[in-house]
Design a protein around this ligand. Structure first.
Ligand code: ADP
Length: 289
């Protein structure tokens, strides 16, 4: 069992921005979802775990080894797909993967060919392996990104906002691919898309303004709101009145009408209906507006 332990991690950038504030997390094998709005600090945390930047305070250990002072403890076990991968060279996917595999220390030719071929198949890129990566579609680039991250059998895989910019079909295909990564590795998926986490992750945390505001199993977190979520459909002119009177956690436009979701232990008033809680409710009840 692999274990990533993050303790009291803070990051203040040179311009004074406090991107992470006393973050502590323990992450073991399986899919871990880190959910947060843009600017919440997800990339700052991912880059710190990937040892690309140092924290201002705090400790990170991987299998009990300090990775801040000794980054080599993690680097050879790390697969990382950054938010802006950016490396889409005018080189074929096959050549590029071979090259990255060598850099990651897979120097045996036969091993390397086996790994590269297997990953090209797994990511559904085998038939496109001779094409330049820079000519790939957005979805294909992301699948190439995960292929390079999985080279050399990493124990820790970090994917930072991988579904941003993908169309629904590409996104589905990418998430299915992630779900196939073995159960014997840690996969950290950072995203601002609630549904990405719900279907895929057995553990999750919500990051808000640099702080962990909720942590647990997505299904259990949703179940904890059972019988406390109420909906009502109103017209636009009634929104303000309702926001002032009730604990409104979200509003959504449906066919031109506004649907409110309210958190309350009892029925707020006539006109409200009980609703099944979802992970978005967990998100909105945890984060500060
Ligand atoms: P997320 O990945 O959740 O969108 P980030 O970690 O990118 O969040 O950013 C968190 C906060 O830190 C934001 O306010 C962002 O503007 C700021 N930030 C990120 N990187 C830097 C940097 N290199 N220098 C200064 N501020 C930064």
């Amino acid at each position: 069992m692999n274990e990533l332990q993050i303790e009291n991690l803070s990051k203040i950038y040179a311009n004074g921005t406090k991107a992470l504030n006393n973050v502590s997390l323990k992450i073991t094998n399986g899919m871990f979802g880190l959910l947060g709005a843009n600017g919440a600090g997800k990339s700052s945390l991912m880059r710190t775990i990937a040892t690309l930047q140092e924290p201002s305070e705090g400790a990170i250990t991987f299998n009990n080894l300090d990775i801040i002072n000794k980054p080599d403890h993690i680097r050879k076990h790390l697969g990382y797909l950054p938010q802006q991968f950016g490396v889409y060279p005018k080189v074929s996917a096959e050549k590029m993967l071979n090259h990255i595999a060598v850099l990651k220390g897979v120097i045996n030719d036969k091993d390397r060919k086996e790994q590269v071929d297997a990953l090209l198949h797994q990511t559904n890129l085998y038939q496109h392996r001779k094409k330049d990566v820079h000519s790939y579609s957005g979805g294909m680039k992301q699948r190439f990104g995960i292929a390079q991250a999985l080279l050399a059998n990493p124990k820790l895989v970090i994917v930072d906002e991988p579904t941003a910019g993908l169309d629904p079909e590409e996104r589905n295909r990418f998430l299915n691919l992630l779900s196939e990564i073995g159960e014997n590795v840690i996969v950290i998926l950072s995203t601002h898309i609630v549904e990405d986490v719900y279907g895929l992750c057995s553990k999750m945390a919500i990051l808000d303004k640099g702080e962990i505001v909720k942590e647990g199993n997505p299904l259990e977190l949703v179940a904890s709101l059972e019988n406390q979520i109420w909906t009502k459909t109103i017209s636009k002119t009634e929104i303000e009145k309702h926001v002032n009177s009730y604990n409104v956690i979200s509003t959504k436009l449906i066919s031109g009408k506004t649907q409110l979701r309210v958190l309350s232990e009892t029925k707020p008033s006539e006109g409200f209906e009980s609703a099944k809680p979802n992970l978005e409710d967990v998100y909105f009840t945890s984060t500060v507006k």
